[in-house]
Design a protein around this ligand. Structure first.
Ligand code: F6P
Length: 367
């Protein structure tokens, strides 16, 4: 676990889908490295794609000034590149997958980079763990609005996404109540229901549908009809993009041919709207929040988490720790081996306390 060599030069990259707080981590890493330890910092553009294409640039203290509150990433990101399975087209136009990880290691060696800080989600960490196995010194920083990274209780970006979703749901309530409609709001989260659960509870949604609890359409319709019979002339349903019916499948929007995680979910809200309107005869509308959940300025909570994660990544490196993911566990900053994180995701446990609280206030989960 100990590096044994003083760290003089590092590189930092952001991989996967963009997310509020990425710049806050880049800033914390770069400022700590330069001002506290005199370490030179390189920024890799567009995640692993930039590493493959040798697109690295030096990061100065002033490059990262005034970026704390800015969404996105000054380095750019990419969520379709795996250096261990990189698609290359031959003259006939056929695609072959090459392992270009040795070239990446060489690129870092050419610039005398001692360690790599990978800010990303499960895809980024899976490759980071594979690079660590090849001898690279790597520290991971957990990012994703989905909050589904294994090993940490929370990822930065999640709080901002939940805030954005709650703000939107609060606004949609106006039309739902004025027009006596069923309003279905689809949120992101991939195979985990964290965003739906938290934004649903925080906005007082009547129905929350998450992948971890498959739903029955009849239960949802009965619940909505019961609300109407109580004089509640509208209902708000928050549905995770990965939600599915009992015995059913997730709704896939598209498949990306060469992505390490090719499935893109989306469309469940429209599907449900059609079914609910047909069964209950209540006017029903669907809204998909989409990428606005990934955009905008990070909340103070995410800025603080991102700054703490970035600083901790540097502290781990200089204290000789390598190949670990910075995590927040039981309210404390610590780290776990990257090898333990690779290839896993953290979904909502069925007995999660917030589910119990939501059920207690009569929220329907469609089961
Ligand atoms: O992982 C973040 C996320 O926004 C998911 O919630 C969503 O399923 C996915 O990325 C969308 O990916 P893309 O940006 O490739 O459409």
């Amino acid at each position: 676990m100990t590096i044994g060599v003083r760290v003089k030069t590092i590189a930092v990259m952001t991989g996967g889908g963009d997310c509020p707080g990425l710049n806050a981590v880049i800033r914390a890493v770069t400022k700590t490295a330069i001002s506290k330890y005199g370490i030179t910092v390189w920024g890799i553009e567009d995640g692993y794609l930039g590493l493959i294409e040798k697109r690295l640039r030096p990061l100065s203290y002033s490059d990262v000034s005034h970026i704390l509150s800015i969404g996105g990433t000054i380095l750019g990101s990419n969520n379709t590149t795996n250096p261990f399975k990189y698609p290359v087209r031959n003259k006939k136009g056929e695609v072959k997958f090459n392992d270009v990880s040795d070239d990446c290691v060489e690129t870092l060696a050419e610039k005398e980079i001692d360690a790599l800080i990978c800010i990303g989600g499960d895809g980024t960490m899976t490759s980071a763990a594979a690079f660590a196995k090849k001898g690279l010194v790597v520290i991971g920083v957990p990012k994703t609005i989905d909050n589904d990274l294994w090993g940490t209780d929370v990822t930065f970006g999640f709080d901002t996404a939940v805030n954005t979703a709650v703000e939107a749901i609060d606004k949609l309530r106006t039309t739902a109540s004025s027009h006596h409609r069923v309003m279905i709001v689809e949120v992101m989260g991939r195979y985990a229901g964290w965003i739906a659960l938290y934004s649903g509870v925080a906005s007082g949604a009547d129905v929350i549908l998450i992948p971890e609890i498959p739903y029955r359409i009849e239960k949802i319709c009965q619940f909505v009809e019961k609300r109407n019979s109580w004089g509640k002339s509208y209902s708000i349903i928050v549905v995770a993009e990965g939600a599915k019916a009992v015995g059913g499948k997730m709704v896939i929007q598209k498949k990306l041919a060469f992505s390490p995680d090719p499935i893109r979910l989306g469309g469940i809200a429209n599907k449900l709207a059609g079914q609910i309107e047909q069964i209950t005869k209540l006017e029903t509308r669907a809204v998909t929040l989409g990428y606005i959940q990934r955009g905008g300025t990070p909340t103070p909570r995410d800025r603080i988490l991102a700054t703490s994660f970035g600083y901790t990544a540097l502290e781990l490196l200089v204290s000789g720790v390598k190949n670990r993911l910075v995590v927040m566990k039981d309210g404390k900053l610590s780290s776990v081996p990257l090898s333990q994180v690779a290839g896993k995701i953290r979904t909502v446990p069925k007995n999660y306390p917030l589910i119990k609280a939501a059920r207690a206030v009569n929220t329907c989960f469609g089961d």
